[in-house]
Structure formats: C-alpha cells, structure tokens
Write a protein that binds this ligand. Structure first.
Ligand SMILES: [Mn+2]
Length: 465
C-alpha cells in the first residue's frame, strides 16, 4: 500500500461515521491540523468534538472519551499505539494522522503517516489537508492552514522553504488565492510585525556579524543605505512594507556584509508564505508568525482559542491570543535571561541547565533554542525543568542547529534511547526533541545523552571517510 491509499482509506472510513472525536496536539501543527480536519468533517455533515493534549500518556489518554464516536488522533498517536490498545480502543474505532515514528503494535490501527513513505518534511497538518481534500476536493481553502502547520513544525527550515508535498500544498494555496508565495524573501523571523532592525538583530541563521544580536548595529547598518526606514507616522517599517527596490538594496547590502566576514549567503534568502487577506502588521500575515501565535495559545493551555483563529475569528479569540503572545514572549525573554545569567554546564558534546520549577515546562524548549545562539554554537543544549503536577518527573528539552545536524546529530534518537534506558519516554525530531525521565536519573541521563551525541558525531565522520 502507498501513502495515497492510506489517505484514501482513512478518508473513506471517516465518511462512514456520524460523529468523530479528534484528539490533537497543542502545538501549531496540532491546532491547524485539528482545524483542517474538523472543518472538513463538519462540511461533510459529520459531528465533531475535539480534545487537545500535550502528549499521549497514561494520564492524558483518560481525556479520550470511551463513547461510540470514531477517535481520530492528529499529530500524535503513531508512537503511542500500544497505550491506545491497552486503554481498550479497538481497531474499528481509531484512526491516526501523524508524521512521527510509528510504534509496532498488535492491533493494526488505520493510519495515514507520511514518514514511512519517506516524506520527512510534511507535518500532521499537511497529512490532514490531504485527507480533507480526499473527503471533498473542494477543501482547497484549507491549504493555508496546512502551510501554517508545516512551517510551524520547522518543515521549511533546513531547505529555506517547503519541499515535496508540503510545497505542492503551498502552491495549491497560492492557486486558491489565500497564500502569497515569495520565492526569494528575507530569511528572517518577524517580517510582518517587527521593525526591520529589530527583526535583523534577532536573527542568527545566518549569523551576520555586526547585525545579529545587535539592534543598534543593525539600525546603523540600515541608516547608511539612505532609504526610508519609517513611514509618515514615524512608525518603523516592517520588512513586508519596504518597496521591492528597497528590499533589493537591503538584501544585497546584507549579502555584502556576510561575504566581507567570510560567511555564506545561502541561508540569507528563503521562500516565504504570506496571507494577503490578513490585516497588515499582524502576526497573521505570514506562516511563521501565525504559527507562533498558535503555539502561544497551546503553550498557555488555550489551544481552542488558536482553533477559533484558524476558523476565522478575528474578534475576541484573536485579542485573547494577542495577550497570550505578549505574555509568551515576556516569559521566554525572562527564561532566556535566566539561562544566560545562570550559565550552562558544558560536557564534551552537550551543554545543559536545570531551571527547577521557575518556568512552565511548555516553554523551556523554546527558550533553550533561543539561548543556543548566545551560548556555545557547537554543542546541543539540554534543559531540564521540574514537572509541576509531578515533581518526581523531570521534563527534558533538547535543541540543536542545522549545522549540528550536518555533523550527524540526531536529538530524537538520543532522547528516545536515553529516556528508555531510565524508564522514561522521549521523542521529537532531529533538531528538537524532548523526554520525561524520573527525577533521580537526571545526572546519569545527561551523561548518557552526552555519550550518545559523541557517538553520533564520530559515526558521521567515519561514514564520510
Ligand atoms: Mn507535528
């Protein structure tokens, strides 16, 4: 069977049910995936209720109702099939839409998963969109949500743009008119909302000397170009608002700056995905910032607010999400400062820090990713946080950079193997992974992750020789 057949089969199964419960993940991919599926199902006359969870584990699986609805897992489930089976769900009442590593299981659940077919750069929302289109070919208006899920799950990061099926979906969105694709745009987060010098100074991929981590330097750099940086109301322009000609002048000056310092310009540009129907200077204008807005909702336990925004609410839900986004950023900034002030402990192949119970476990991974550019850029970072609900469990987040991946680093493999060894559970992606481990194993766990990372790097080197 191929991926297409799996999509067809799950769509066919869904159409046969009167009511469906969607169980989805609280991140941007899970929220946009749920919005795609629930809208496609409602349009087909199927009743839908949705449950959002942070992950599927023995405690959270109790939130899945034991009723006669069909259970559709989205952005999770593939790696937890044994738990789903142990909980008593039969193979006639479960479907899984996922892009994570699938776990062997006695019960063969219906599953649409792009990963076993080698589509490594497609998110769950991407798969959900394919299912939605199989339910009704008229569902192409949902493509923009799939773009948000794909971008939110970093599918565009490595190649500076979406590829494969995810790219095809973006082009369907463009054909529908809801997505505006900029083929050679500035590879920088915040092109719709941040004053350009701030936007540039926050960016470290590529790291531009004199500009990255240096807002003053970035501003002086732009001022020298002799182009207007503010509008008539003295507001700083955001990247999107510069004329094409001015964007060209800025881009070539940035390229020059990189080249002068011996850098490469390959990551200076990217394909970006804008939503022309959304209000200007809001995070809804492009896929990256939209995904952050949804992530903020999820991380602060209000994923359904994100879902309302995906369905078009630009009133109270949107205002609430904006507040969460502000709060989200403030706490992450505090966490970042805490990491930098406290300092990390460096091992041969890893740097780590324990933040105790100061920060919610849902944001420490983001803070760790941001701290990485200001710490040793050669080693992945591991951050530990106490679980508020259960202090005997420690939540671990790991973050790496593209550069580290090219040297062989695979955090998903390390997190999974190391946590299993100590009776925990882990998962994620090569560049970002997480785990839950017993508190008493923290020290040994870190040492073991360090050993695994050391092994990954040597393997890569020998492979090349
Ligand atoms: Mn995902």
């Amino acid at each position: 069977m191929g991926f297409k057949e799996d999509i067809r089969e799950i769509a066919c199964e869904l159409r046969a049910h009167e009511s469906v419960t969607i169980i989805s993940h609280i991140d941007a991919d899970g929220i946009s995936g749920e919005a795609i599926l629930s809208q496609a199902l409602s349009r087909a006359g199927i009743r839908v209720t949705s449950v959002f969870v942070r992950q599927i584990e023995p405690l959270t699986i109790r939130q899945v109702p034991k009723d006669d609805t069909f259970k559709l897992f989205c952005d999770l489930g593939a790696g937890q099939q044994n738990l789903i089976a142990e909980t008593g769900f039969g193979n006639d009442e479960v479907g899984i839409i996922d892009h994570h590593v699938s776990q062997p299981c006695e019960i063969e659940y219906l599953q649409a998963n792009c990963l076993p077919y080698g589509h490594t750069k497609l998110s769950a929302a991407g798969v959900a969109y394919l299912v939605a289109k199989e339910i009704d070919s008229g569902n192409t208006d949902l493509a923009s949500l799939a773009v948000i899920g794909n971008v939110g799950d970093m599918m565009a990061r490595e190649d500076c743009g979406l590829t494969g099926i995810a790219k095809e979906i973006a082009y369907e969105g463009a054909a529908h008119g809801s997505v505006d694709i900029r083929k050679r745009d500035l590879n920088c987060y915040g092109i719709s909302t941040r004053p350009l010098h701030i936007c540039l100074s926050y960016n470290d991929d590529p790291f531009i000397p004199g500009i990255s981590n240096n807002a003053g330097g970035a501003l002086r750099f732009l001022q020298k170009l002799g182009i207007p940086l503010q509008d008539d109301l003295q507001r700083w322009l955001v990247w999107e608002e510069f004329t094409c000609e001015d964007q060209r002048i800025i881009s070539s000056a940035l390229a020059q700056q990189l080249l002068v310092h011996g850098g490469s310009i390959t990551r200076l540009f990217c394909e970006s995905y804008l939503f022309p129907a959304e209000r200007e200077r809001t995070p809804l204008r492009n896929a990256q910032e939209y995904a952050t807005l949804l992530n903020a909702c999820g991380r602060w336990s209000r994923p359904k607010i994100g879902g309302q925004i995906c369905r078009g609410d630009r009133g109270s839900a949107y205002r609430e999400a904006e507040h969460m986004l502000t709060n989200h950023r403030t706490i992450i900034r505090e966490l970042l400062q805490f990491i930098l002030d406290s300092g990390v402990t460096e091992l041969s192949h890893l740097q780590y820090i324990h933040v105790g119970n100061r920060y919610p476990d849902t944001i420490v991974g983001i803070g760790a990713g941001m701290a990485l550019s200001k710490l040793n850029r050669e080693k992945p970072i591991l951050i530990m946080v106490e679980q508020l609900e259960d202090p005997s469990v420690t939540k671990v987040s790991l973050r790496a950079t593209e550069q580290m991946l090219s040297r062989g680093v695979d955090l998903q493999v390390a997190a999974t193997a190391a946590s299993e060894r100590f009776g925990g559970a882990g998962g994620g992606h090569r560049i970002a992974a997480g785990a839950f481990i017993p508190r008493e194993s923290e020290h040994e766990f870190i040492q073991h992750v360090n050993e695994l990372l050391a092994g990954q790097c040597t393997k890569k080197v020998t492979g090349h020789r």
